[in-house]
Design a protein around this ligand. Structure first.
Ligand code: CDM
Ligand code: ATP
Length: 299
């Protein structure tokens, strides 16, 4: 018996960041959109906890108990007094350390898969609570679609989306550490008054309408200057995508993946090709959103 769960990547269409809190985290107004790039997590009973991974970035994924999928299995097992004896296999398609919540997706996926395998009957609220303990992005990986995250980004309100948005993602030659990007945000903001993060009404209206031009005009990412400061070459990737006709270009979350909103799948193919030809990124992917959250894909 095994269970396979499919979990999407995300792009942050708005990431408003407040000042550092006493616990080191930052209050956010984080508007998540799940996009159709997926990791698949398969859980099978085993004598002891084991993690394996395949996919283009598999060599960058830790296979010990620090892996978010392993941490999710252990957290659920502890709550239900079970042994976490499972083999977790991650078929990884989401770029690692790219700002697209790949590790978070694996955490949410492993949680849903173990929950189904062990038939715990845990209420969804409890699964979401475990997700929030695992990381700020993990609850959104579970729910998918589109949502506004406040607090650390873990307190979610689902958002209405009136259409499909088409994206191109450019993957960089190296990763960026999320804590390092937040630290750089703090350093750049030293001595300035950092406003409370609030969701943009124009952006929420654009999502609800499914209007790509309005969304392009409203997207924002307060971590972008910090990501560019640590990884200046990303400015060249953003410029190449804009020149190729993207409606807008931004850093995805803490980066270094860059995201390009386009009007339709044909423009996505054209922008993807131009980005590759520009030599400013390692590889490109196209995907659209919203995509569903963690979903059982097979048993
Ligand atoms: C950049 C985003 O991906 C945007 O969605 C998230 O805010 C990061 O989410 P994540 O990777 O799940 O982050 P966590 O594992 O919770 O935290 C990693 C580190 O990021 C920083 N962090 C994260 C979230 C937050 N609201 N404030 C922070 O300052 C902290 O230094 C924290 O130690
Ligand atoms: N299952 C996992 N997949 C990938 N990385 C993982 C996993 N578990 C732990 N990690 C660790 O987490 C680090 C960040 O990886 P991840 O792919 O989640 O970054 P990210 O997409 O930038 O995350 P986010 O967008 O949530 O900030 C990796 O460098 C790796 O050491």
């Amino acid at each position: 018996m095994s269970v396979t769960v499919r979990v999407p990547a995300k792009v942050n269409v708005q990431l408003a960041v407040g000042a550092a809190r006493a616990d080191g985290f930052h209050d956010l107004a984080n508007v998540f959109l799940a996009v159709g790039l997926y990791d698949e997590i398969t859980v099978t009973p085993a004598d002891e906890l084991r993690v394996t991974c395949d996919g283009p970035d598999a060599d960058q994924v830790p296979l010990d108990r620090t892996n978010l999928a392993a941490r999710a299995a252990v957290a659920l097992a502890e709550r239900y007094g079970r042994s976490p004896g499972v083999h977790l296999h991650i078929a990884k398609d989401i770029p690692v350390a790219g700002g697209m919540a790949g590790g978070s997706a694996d955490g949410a996926g492993a949680l849903v898969a173990c929950d189904a395998l062990w038939q715990t009957g845990a209420p969804r609220e409890e699964l979401l609570e475990i997700c929030a303990e695992l990381g700020s992005d993990v609850p959104f990986s579970l729910v998918g679609g589109a949502a506004l995250g406040i607090g650390r980004g873990e307190q979610l309100t689902p958002l209405e989306v009136g259409g499909t948005f088409h994206w191109v993602f450019a993957m960089a030659g190296r990763g960026l550490s999320t804590p390092a990007v937040f630290r750089e945000f703090d350093r750049l903001g030293e001595g300035t008054d950092i406003p409370e993060p609030v969701a943009s009404q124009e952006l929420l209206a654009a999502l609800a309408k499914g209007d790509p031009d309005a969304l392009a005009a409203a997207v924002s990412n307060d971590l972008q200057p910090a990501a560019l400061s640590l990884f200046p070459e990303l400015a060249g990737t953003l410029a190449a995508g804009r020149a190729a006709g993207a409606l807008t270009a931004l850093v995805s979350g803490s980066g270094p993946t860059t995201a390009f909103l386009v009007r339709d799948p044909e423009s996505a193919a054209a922008v993807a090709q131009a980005l590759l030809a520009s030599g400013t990124c390692r590889t490109v992917r196209t995907a659209s959103g919203p995509a569903p959250g963690a979903t059982i894909a097979g048993r």
